[in-house]
Ligand binder design. Structure first.
Ligand SMILES: NC(=O)c1ccc[n+]([C@@H]2O[C@H](COP(=O)([O-])OP(=O)(O)OC[C@H]3O[C@@H](n4cnc5c(N)ncnc54)[C@H](OP(=O)(O)O)[C@@H]3O)[C@@H](O)[C@H]2O)c1
Length: 350
């Protein structure tokens, strides 16, 4: 516990110190990533992820944490989302798998039911890269359910070649951040009625790799850089969790962001890391779901909000996530971007 606090602080302070230091930023990123990766490897060796998950799940079942509650998790048909959904279902949440690929979604739904012997899982179609699909999902959700206690914004795409969402927004920013922004906005009314409730954004160490939000990167195709675009989207997710925490103060809704670590999943399909190399270097998806589960299920974090979690505890987030000015700037940029790409809908109901 102490060692984790120490290494988390070391990594994130190194990033903070060097991230805005011009040419030293790249050097700072490399040093921080190296320390982070070394400690992640040690953490993987000393942490029994199955045992830790079991501890959280058993305690949550005993406390009735998920009983009678509803959770949505995006991108739950594979990877970290799948194992997170499994634990949430076991805890008692009626767990909705919000998936783009319905064939894989069906497979995931069936294996979750088979593995847990429970039937409190539901599959619904959601493409985060389409406003139309997001609004259809929300409409259907509200027809079927009148409460929502947990929203896990987990789905994502990483370092793909230049592509755009249905509305023409750069795909990584558009899916990972904007899609979840629109989804969260549309679900907030029902979450407010169901409070206490929690919002979790899946971020990454990558959120630290850019000095701040680069708006030009979103707007100008000629500047596209697949790594920087991913980092931009992940920093935006960390910042928007912090902004939401502030805007939702007093509503009983908390908002936090998570760095799940280095996890062997499909997310690296565009990076060219084979499954074999990933399995050698990275950790498994049970470990990948642990930090999200700690933030959701560990009672000591019931009221924690606006934080960035790494290895199951809050740590220092990117300085932009702590700057109200930068948070507001991103929020305004986002609302304008969404409005520009929308037809008749209005946004900004937070
Ligand atoms: N793995 C890591 O080391 C790592 C590190 C830091 C952060 N993360 C974050 O953790 C989250 C989960 O990723 P993962 O590692 O578990 O990878 P994964 O197995 O590839 O999961 C990503 C999920 O997102 C879904 N998705 C992609 N585009 C979507 C869209 N337009 N609409 C709806 N769903 C969409 C994918 O669905 P399809 O099957 O349809 O593509 C998939 O279910 C991501 O946000 C990722 O950035 C992962």
């Amino acid at each position: 516990m102490f060692l984790t606090t120490f290494f988390n602080a070391l990594v994130y302070w190194t990033c903070r110190l060097l991230m805005r230091a011009g040419p030293f930023q790249v050097f700072g990123n490399l040093v921080a990533s190296f320390i982070d990766f070394c400690y992640a490897t040690l953490y993987k060796i000393v942490t029994n992820s199955h045992k830790e998950t079991e501890k959280l799940v058993v305690a949550a079942i005993k406390n009735g944490t998920g009983k009678g509650k509803v959770a949505i998790i995006t991108g739950a048909n594979s990877g970290i989302g799948y194992d997170t959904a499994k634990a949430l279902g076991r805890v008692g949440y009626h767990t909705i798998l919000a998936c783009r690929n319905m064939e894989l979604g069906e497979k995931a739904l069936n294996s979750l039911i088979e593995e847990t012997d429970l039937d409190n899982f539901e599959l619904m179609a959601l493409d985060l890269a389409s406003f139309e699909s997001i609004h259809k999902f929300v409409e259907q959700f509200k027809e079927r359910h009148d409460s929502l206690h947990l929203l896990i914004n987990n789905g994502g795409v990483c370092m793909c070649p230049y592509m755009t969402t249905a509305e023409g927004i750069e795909l990584q920013f558009g899916t990972n951040y904007i899609g979840h922004f629109v989804l969260t906005d549309a679900l907030l009314d029902v979450m407010k009625r169901s409070s206490p409730a929690k919002i979790i954004n899946l971020s990454s160490l990558g959120s630290y790799m850019n000095a701040g939000i680069d708006k030009e990167l979103v707007a100008d195709k000629s500047r596209y850089d697949k790594s920087r675009a991913y980092y931009n989207s992940k920093l935006a997710l960390t910042m928007s969790a912090a902004t939401l925490a502030r805007k939702l103060e007093g509503t009983g809704i908390t908002a936090n962001s998570i760095n799940p670590g280095y996890v062997a999943t499909n997310i690296f399909q565009h990076v060219g890391l084979s499954a074999k190399i990933q399995n050698m270097l990275f950790t498994n998806t049970v470990m990948g779901s642990l930090t999200t589960l700690a933030a959701v299920l560990d009672q000591q974090y019931n009221d924690t909000t606006g934080q960035y979690f790494v290895r199951c505890q809050p740590t220092y987030s990117h300085p932009s996530a702590n700057s109200i000015k930068e948070q507001d700037d991103l929020w305004e940029f986002t609302e304008k971007l969404v409005a520009k790409h929308s037809d008749q809908r209005s946004y900004g109901t937070f």
